[in-house]
Design a protein around this ligand. Structure first.
Ligand SMILES: NC(=O)C1=CN([C@@H]2O[C@H](COP(=O)(O)OP(=O)(O)OC[C@H]3O[C@@H](n4cnc5c(N)ncnc54)[C@H](O)[C@@H]3O)[C@@H](O)[C@H]2O)C=CC1
Ligand SMILES: CC(C)CC(=O)C(=O)O
Ligand SMILES: [Mg+2]
Length: 352
């Protein structure tokens, strides 16, 4: 069970450190951790945000635990060399097309939601975000028009097979939950979304037990704060899923709480190969201050144990320890408290 740790930038190394403490405390036989460079940290040392040796390490691993990449001082670099290209490159090179982003109410935390507590109390949803396509991976350019104006453009597209495979992931997820799937798109304006809607509708024929609804993304953004409890599984494209998952995090209480798994088709001797990361970024505004909430990363490690190593018991132990910490009042700055990154890690370790 080989895990490549890719801490990256900003708060990435701080939150990964706490997740590693939790993993080590479980004393799983055969679990080996090794570390590589990504993002701005890799650019500084190797001249590239995703060096060949890091990619090799990723391929050799059974799972990847990823912190975050991004550093504002590198925002002026040509796009191919920016830190964010590391995570985009890993997702596409490793064929990790299915991003699972669960959002669930934590008991005792309802008052920290940006919503009214009685609305926040009912959240139990899963965003299934397509991760290898959409406008993130299309051709793009900044160019000068003949009349001297600058123009930027990005190509949004999905091929039907890309939609079909993520739709199957989402329908299967809904089968294992409450049997409701909401496909989110912008088919009233975008051809990409019209194809998305048509293909998801076709795939629905294979899952008669799942109730499918289609929703435009602007309405979905509204419904997510009006009544997040109405959703079971949401399936959507790369861009909409990115945005809606940050929004869902504040329905629960903080972006420091939401974990994710990026999965593809590859199976290892232990389970499905995957990359696990918090949904947040490198948070430069609090980096290096010991203020980051590591819970999202620790919960991502739990997802790793479940999906990549078939260790359901240990995954559930981690999740219960996080839930108990929150129920007993452990709060980082993101939740209006004063517990630092290491103190939150300590609290979870004590309850493991
Ligand atoms: N997967 C990745 O590696 C991602 C990288 N990024 C990159 O991260 C950098 C910063 O991006 P932002 O838009 O500021 O998003 P962000 O998610 O890093 O931060 C947004 C806000 O949430 C707070 N926050 C985030 N995680 C937190 C945690 N664990 N505990 C407490 N507070 C937390 C931050 O302090 C900040 O105020 C950029 O370079 C961006 O491109 C952004 C999202 C994902
Ligand atoms: C930094 C981006 C490449 C992606 C992002 O915001 C995310 O995956 O949540
Ligand atoms: Mg994001």
């Amino acid at each position: 069970m080989k895990v490549a740790l890719l801490p990256g930038d900003g708060i990435g190394p701080e939150v990964i450190r706490e997740a590693v403490r939790v993993l080590e405390a479980l004393e799983l036989p055969g679990l080996t951790l090794f570390e590589g460079d990504v993002g701005a940290a890799a650019y500084r040392r190797h001249g590239h945000p995703l060096p060949a040796e890091t990619l090799e390490m990723a391929w050799a691993a059974d799972a990847i635990l990823f912190g975050a990449v991004g550093d504002p001082s590198f925002d002026g670099l040509e796009r191919a060399l920016r830190p964010e290209q590391a995570i985009l490159g890993l997702r596409s090179e490793l064929g990790l097309f299915a991003n699972l982003r669960p959002a669930r109410t934590f008991a005792g935390l309802e008052d920290m939601s940006a919503l009214r507590p009685e609305i926040a109390a009912r959240i139990d949803l899963l965003i299934v975000r397509e991760l290898n396509g959409d406008v993130y991976f299309g051709d793009k350019a900044l160019e000068m028009l003949p009349d001297g104006r600058r123009r930027g453009w990005d190509m949004m597209s999905y091929a039907e097979d890309e939609v079909r495979r993520i739709a199957h992931v989402a329908f299967r997820a809904a089968q294992g939950r409450k049997g409701r799937l909401c496909s989110v798109d912008k088919a009233n304006v975008l051809e990409t979304s019209q194809l998305w809607r048509d293909v998801v509708g076709e795939v629905a024929g294979d899952y008669p037990g799942v109730a499918l609804e289609h929703m435009y993304v602007d309405n979905a953004a509204m419904q997510l704060v009006r009544d997040p409890g109405r959703f079971d599984v949401i399936v959507t494209g790369n861009l909409f899923g990115d945005i809606l998952s940050d929004q869902a995090s504040m329905c629960v209480g903080s972006i420091g709480l939401l974990a994710s798994a990026a999965l593809g088709d590859r199976q290892t001797a232990f389970g499905t190969f995957g990359l696990y990361e918090p949904i947040h970024g490198s948070a430069p505004d609090i980096a290096g201050q010991g203020k980051a909430n590591p819970m999202a990363t620790i919960l991502s490690a739990a997802m790793m144990l479940r999906h990549s190593f078939a260790r359901e018991v240990e995954a559930a132990r981690i999740e219960a320890a996080v839930a108990r910490s929150l129920a007993e009042g452990v709060r980082g700055g993101d939740l209006g408290g004063s517990a630092g990154t290491a103190a939150i890690g300590d609290a979870i370790l004590q309850r493991l």
